[in-house]
Design a protein around this ligand. Structure first.
Ligand SMILES: NC(=O)c1ccc[n+]([C@@H]2O[C@H](COP(=O)([O-])OP(=O)(O)OC[C@H]3O[C@@H](n4cnc5c(N)ncnc54)[C@H](OP(=O)(O)O)[C@@H]3O)[C@@H](O)[C@H]2O)c1
Length: 269
């Protein structure tokens, strides 16, 4: 698996699997947890080594179960989780600590590879307070890397200025019609790796048709073109599929290079 190095020196796979509806009734984000690990186990079997979960997904325990059932060693899987950016979880330092411990317990692990603040909130000083608690857990070796999600330049700039340990990742929405070029440029200039969420599902039928045409030259599907475009600009992708064939296809991104002309077209989609 191709990797990219975080500002901590840790390597992270350039492709991981999203999980936000896995282990739930009807694959519904709000569905009851049913502990079904079928898709997670198949993702691990076809070659994923990064799983992206969050407290808000309520399925951290299913992810932990899948890792156990896969027979892989914990060290072979990169686990990301996220603390919600809401008072229920962040109001006091103690609440932040309790959230981290609840994640560890649910994931059935004694460390988490990457822990993100899921969303920013208006009080930037308060975000820094929460961040300091996360920094303490990096010092303890319990969180291996820490980062943020859905942060805009103004949030990230403040955190970069006021943190001892710089955010390693900003996980943001990025896909055709919302490439987020400026934010990505800012992150990469500041050594913050960008991860793209929902890289596939919001692609319009029109964009798909153009991506398909481009993909035909490389023997790739429209989805592989869109994911390939991201990894070729050093953006980590975390597509999610319930289908083992599509799961595998979404990993097959490193045997083609988009031409400058094709990248110029994709950029405009
Ligand atoms: N940080 C945040 O705020 C945030 C927000 C949203 C999501 N996320 C994370 O990002 C992950 C990915 O985002 P997402 O789950 O919203 O959407 P996504 O991965 O962009 O798209 C999932 C959809 O695309 C289909 N799909 C997957 N691979 C395909 C392929 N090769 N060809 C055609 N269709 C394909 C899937 O259908 P099939 O199952 O039928 O293949 C599914 O309907 C989430 O699971 C979650 O971990 C983070």
């Amino acid at each position: 698996m191709n990797t990219i190095t975080l500002n901590t020196g840790i390597k992270i796979p350039l492709v991981g699997s999203g999980t936000n509806t896995f282990g739930k009734e009807n694959h519904d984000f709000k569905g009851a947890i049913n502990n079904d690990t079928t898709e997670l186990e198949s993702a691990l079997r076809v070659g994923y080594s990064l799983l992206d979960t969050a407290v808000a997904y309520r399925n951290e325990s299913v992810i932990g179960l899948a890792v156990k059932r896969s027979g892989l060693d914990r060290s072979q899987v990169f686990l990301t989780s996220k603390i919600p950016g809401s008072p229920e979880y962040t109001e006091t330092d103690q609440k932040v600590e309790e959230t981290i411990h609840a994640s560890l317990k649910a994931l059935d692990t004694d460390y988490i590879d990457l822990y993100l603040i899921h969303h920013p909130w208006d009080n930037l000083e308060d975000i820094v307070r929460v961040w300091k608690v996360l920094e303490n857990y990096v010092d303890k070796g319990i969180l291996k890397a820490i980062g943020v999600s859905n942060f805009k330049v103004e949030h990230l700039a403040y955190l970069l200025e006021h943190s001892r340990i710089k955010p390693a990742i900003n996980q943001i929405e990025s896909h055709p019609s919302l490439w987020q070029d400026e934010l990505i440029k800012y992150c990469q200039k500041n050594n913050v790796v960008v991860q793209a969420w929902s890289p596939i599902k919001k692609v319009s039928e029109e964009a798909k048709a153009q991506l398909e045409k481009i993909g035909a030259q490389y023997n790739k599907t429209w989805a592989q073109v869109v994911l390939g475009y991201q990894v070729q600009r050093n953006v980590v992708v975390i597509p999610k599929s319930t289908d083992p064939i599509r799961q595998k296809q979404n990993l097959e991104l490193f045997d083609f290079t988009l031409s400058e002309a094709d990248k110029a077209i994709i950029k405009t989609l």
